[in-house]
Design a protein around this ligand. Structure first.
Ligand code: FAD
Ligand code: DLZ
Ligand code: SF4
Length: 510
């Protein structure tokens, strides 16, 4: 009997994924393929490619061990076809399969391509819902349609009710849905976060590292010091270590930044949640259990669960609801090219040097570094949303378009005109100084708005508000900021505008 060809993508490495649920060990073939098209449609960071290829190879070995027939295609196989479609075509012929089953992909471009496959291949192609998420794209669209504002907080409450996480009947545990008020402390210098979990590369990972250093040598970063988890078992160790060592302080120091420590009290689970080694529901249940066991306080546990049940689910729904228009959204009509220092980290702004440096080194930066430093600069400097999206998609090892684009076009760039965020996430250097120790080691003075030593975030911030006063001053959430702006002297305002213009012209001519 001709079996079914089951394609598993590099970010679908979950044993209970919908494409494998009814897999027949006798007749079906599971195809997992390293292909040029996926590895190079943007120049992914070397560590991201190592993570995905090594996790794919380990996952294939686990499936084989469990008795499945796996067709694994290595990047350097001489007859590697270079694209998922061509690999599927080849495998259908080779194994004489009668249909294809695949789980809904994480990117619009791939879905569009897959929707043509049935016609191109001449066999049934069953694209199944991704059962790893708590909500479906349709559910988000139903929720969003007819609402004037799509605030994450309200979607999150629906998700809490649906899952029963941190609920007492129909009410939130602790009497409140959100404990953010207790979070976001700056971090005292004597607090020492635990060391991150690391794994020494085994033979499989070592051979991927060599491949990546060889074939993708012009991609960002280095693969040589790769030490992330690449199996479900290892990823589960990362999760357990987080729950035990970091979760109790997660809420308190969620927004803190410290020079030389990118990991702090964050979970570092996005790498594994997004490629399927861990499931969102299981890690949220682990956190909830820590609260029930009095091992972590409610503000930390609720804060962590909100990131996954709220933000993660919300941005996925938002992505599918807003694509393909989201890709071209450009509310402020910004068009500036990325400065060179986005690639080199060579800049006198210490906050940008640290955050881009961390990104280059680890293919990771935590949320506030992505949002309030690099994202903040990207918006204040008027960078082109297409270029910024491409950068974020390639530099982070957890980046797939479904999660990257809403965060970039919606959260940091306000390119969607305010569908995701009620106001632009912008801030002057004062915020960065309050939440980090970066300003201490910076050549600029965070207290200064004008003059040679003035912090660029200060004058860019006020210049941005002046430039966009006609649209933004009408926003009630911006009223106080505009009040402070109009209290400044004309001289200060024009000096800041001049300095901003000089810096932006310098970026243009570099
Ligand atoms: P933690 O701080 O420990 O948070 C726990 C989990 O919550 C994360 O693992 C993640 O799954 C989820 N989460 C938290 N915030 C968000 C969010 N805003 N959107 C979706 N999930 C969230 N996250 C990605 O997974 N991939 C991306 O490509 C990505 N790009 C981003 C780009 C920008 C401009 C910004 C501002 C944020 C982006 N995020 C992205 C969200 C967030 O920064 C990362 O999820 C987080 O830094 C991952 O580190 P962590 O696992 O230690 O997170
Ligand atoms: C990110 C990535 C990379 C680098 N390489 C592959 C690959 O060779 N084969 C594969 O199946 N998937 C890869 N991926 C993940 C895909 O790009 C991902 O499935 C889509 O972007 C949809 O989220
Ligand atoms: Fe960044 Fe300004 Fe602080 Fe320097 S002074 S680290 S540029 S915020």
């Amino acid at each position: 009997m001709a079996g079914v060809l089951r394609l598993v993508l590099g970010d679908q490495l979950s044993h209970n994924i919908s494409s494998l649920t009814d897999c027949d060990k006798q007749n079906d073939v599971i195809l997992i393929a390293e292909v040029r098209e996926e590895a190079t449609y943007v120049k992914h960071h070397k560590k991201k490619i190592v993570l995905i290829f090594s996790a794919m190879r380990h996952f294939a070995a686990e499936l084989t061990e469990a008795g499945y027939t796996v067709a694994y295609r290595y990047y350097d196989d001489p007859d590697n076809q270079g694209s998922l479609l061509d690999e599927v075509k080849c495998a259908l012929r080779r194994f004489d399969c009668s249909s294809v089953v695949v789980t809904f992909p994480g990117e619009y471009r791939l879905l569009q391509s897959m929707q043509q496959w049935q016609q191109v291949l001449g066999v049934l192609v069953d694209i199944r819902p991704d059962n790893r998420f708590i909500s479906t794209p349709e559910q988000f669209s139903d929720w969003a349609d007819g609402r004037k504002q799509w605030r994450m907080e309200y979607f999150y409450r629906e998700m809490r009710k649906q899952t029963g996480l941190l609920m007492e009947g129909s009410q939130p545990i602790g009497g409140k849905w959100n404990f953010d008020h207790d979070n976001r402390k700056s971090m005292p210098s004597d607090i020492r976060p635990p060391k991150p979990y690391t794994v020494a590369p085994d033979n499989i990972t070592q051979s991927v590292i060599s491949l990546v250093e060889d074939v993708f040598n012009d991609h960002m970063g280095s693969a040589r010091d790769f030490c992330y988890a690449v199996t479900r078992e290892q990823a589960m160790e990362v999760a357990k270590q987080f729950i035990k060592q970091r979760l109790p302080s997660f809420g308190d120091y969620q927004d803190a930044m410290r020079e030389g420590d990118v990991w702090l009290f964050h979970s570092h689970l996005s790498f594994y949640l997004n490629c399927g080694l861990l499931l969102p529901l299981e890690v949220m249940q682990m956190a909830e259990q820590a609260y029930f066991n009095n091992a972590a306080p409610l503000n930390a546990v609720e804060g962590f669960i909100r990131q996954i049940l709220g933000w993660r689910e919300y941005v996925r729904g938002f992505y599918w609801h807003c694509m393909p228009a989201l890709k071209h959204d450009n509310f402020f009509e910004h068009s500036r090219a990325l400065p060179d220092f986005y690639w080199t980290a060579h800049t006198n702004m210490n906050c940008m040097r640290q955050c881009i440096g961390d990104t280059k080194k680890h293919a990771y930066a935590h949320h506030i570094q992505r949002l309030m430093v690099i994202g903040n600069f990207s918006l204040l400097a008027g960078l082109d949303p297409v270029a910024v999206n491409e950068w974020y998609l390639l530099v982070y090892a957890d980046a797939y378009e479904w999660v990257e684009m809403p965060n970039v076009s919606g959260m940091i760039l306000f390119a969607d005109g305010g569908k995701l965020a009620s106001k632009p996430y912008i801030a002057s250097g004062q915020y960065i100084n309050r939440m980090s120790d970066y300003c201490k080691n910076c050549g600029y003075a965070v207290s200064k708005k004008t003059g040679a030593k003035a912090c660029p975030f200060n004058y860019l911030y006020w210049d941005f508000l002046i430039k966009h006063q006609h649209t933004l001053s009408k926003n009630p959430r911006m009223a106080l900021i505009y009040k402070s702006l109009w209290r400044m002297s004309e001289e200060t305002i024009s000096d800041m505008q001049e300095q901003a213009q000089a810096l932006l012209s310098k970026l243009d001519s570099a």
